[in-house]
Design a protein around this ligand. Structure first.
Ligand code: SF4
Ligand code: SF4
Length: 422
């Protein structure tokens, strides 16, 4: 095992290989507060990549209802329980939240799935703590959709009088998921044939189909369960991050890096994808005007999914504000309160950056803000609010402007002659 720096954990950790980082890293931010579980993303992925024989059960992109839903069923509950058994005296997060890039969430004092491997490995030859889901667990990708948690401690009863923000007694939320194209991929670490690799140009994690022999070690090891076995080819397949689009080689992209199909189809406008410059240490290079850098490291409203697993996932989530905080802290780490507080009371810049989601299919590399007039003044939950109609301008990889949009949505009035044209 090597010792590698995991900035999400604020410490060094063990990993089977030496750290090696790409020039730029594929990453994304999903704003859970906006997801409506329309499954357009799921179907966009399915109809592009997994519509063939033998792929019937495969959903590289999926949206599950938390806390009961999961694809495969109970994937997160199961791996957390295994981690708990492997590390019974584990401590959780320690130290204060930081503003800096090296330890923004404090230090994780427990064991990761790589470090727990030496205590409870099953089978002993495995390098990563994990398990192989059963066929039944893969069979129902949308199980428990819209099933809420009832009142705490009261079985089978929802809140009798209704519920209101900030935290609901009766709650659920939608968790949209794809492969996190992790910086320390567990799938790659576990493959005995070295068939899984991380592309040096964009950090996308791929399975070499010629090398794969279908041992399913990666399926066992990926804690997010985003590698999937295909019976008729006897190989493993996984999300490829729509790499022809990211490379700008898709016929629609006109040579410009484009976002993936699941991002581009998002009806709820919850998704934004980018390419992040990395430092030699694997930390994000300072890039203040990149919208993803801003959301993760400056505003700190977007948090990694289960960072304690140790793979340094590159998917980040703005947590849902109505869900009990202990549940969210288990899922996104100790930065949850800070993230939700800043999301509920956004400053002028955050409000502008939130307008960038889904105005274009091109990858945004940089934004600028032009100040506008004050549009609203009032109070929200005891705090004064001022909203300005600022204009936010998005630029692509070639430096050209992609689009500009304002904080206030323009009002279009249908001409009387077309009043009933729908
Ligand atoms: S999410 Fe799973 S499949 Fe994707 S890179 Fe990470 S460990 Fe590998
Ligand atoms: S398309 Fe967007 S809003 Fe619809 S389910 Fe997917 S992530 Fe949620």
């Amino acid at each position: 095992m090597s010792s590698v720096k995991n900035w999400q954990l604020g410490r060094e950790m063990s990993y089977p290989y030496e750290a090696r980082f790409p020039e730029r890293q594929f990453a994304f931010v999903f704003n859970i507060n906006r997801c409506i579980a329309c499954q357009s993303c799921t179907m966009a992925c399915k109809s592009t990549w997994t519509f063939n024989k033998g792929q019937e059960h495969m959903w590289w992109a999926n949206v599950e209802t938390k806390p009961y839903g999961g694809y495969p069923q109970s994937w997160d509950h199961k791996i957390l329980r295994m981690l708990e058994r492997a590390d019974p005296d584990r401590r959780y997060w320690e130290g204060a939240l930081g503003e800096e890039r090296s330890a923004p969430y404090g230090q994780y004092a427990g064991k990761t799935i790589f470090e727990a491997a030496d205590t409870t490995l099953e089978p002993e030859s495995a390098r990563v703590l994990g398990y192989l889901p059963s066929d039944e667990e893969w069979n129902s990708p949308n199980i428990y959709e819209d099933n809420p948690v009832g009142r705490p401690g009261v079985r089978g009863e929802l809140d009798p009088v209704g519920t209101s923000l900030p935290v609901h007694d009766t709650w659920f939320f939608y968790l949209a998921r794809i492969c996190n194209h992790c910086s320390y991929p567990a799938c790659l670490a576990a493959c005995p044939r070295k068939a899984i690799y991380k592309r040096p140009e964009d950090g996308i994690v791929l399975v070499d189909q010629k090398e794969c022999r279908g041992y399913r070690k990666c399926v066992e090891a990926c804690p997010y369960k985003k590698t999937m076995y295909r019976g008729n080819t006897r190989t493993t397949e996984k999300c490829i991050a729509c790499y022809p689009r990211v490379e700008g080689r898709d016929p629609e992209s006109d040579g410009i890096p484009m976002e993936t199909r699941c991002m581009a189809s998002c009806i709820g406008q919850i998704r934004m994808q980018g390419l992040i410059e990395l430092e030699e240490s694997g930390a994000w290079a300072e890039d203040r005007q990149n919208p993803l850098y801003y959301l993760v490291h400056v505003a700190q409203v977007a948090l990694p999914l289960y960072p304690q697993l140790g793979t340094q996932p590159n998917g980040y989530y703005i947590p849902p504000r109505w869900v009990p905080r202990p549940y969210l802290e288990q899922m996104f780490g100790p930065g949850v309160d800070r993230a939700i507080e800043r999301y509920i009371h956004p400053d002028r810049e955050l409000l502008s950056v939130l307008q960038l989601f889904r105005r274009s299919h091109s990858i945004i590399f940089r934004y600028e803000i032009e100040e506008g007039k004050k549009a609203y003044e009032g109070e929200y939950r005891g705090k004064p609010v001022e909203i300005y109609n600022d204009t936010v301008i998005a630029f692509g990889g070639d430096g050209r402007e992609i689009f500009r949009t304002t904080v206030e949505e323009p009002l279009h009035v249908r001409p009387a002659i077309h009043a009933n044209s729908i």
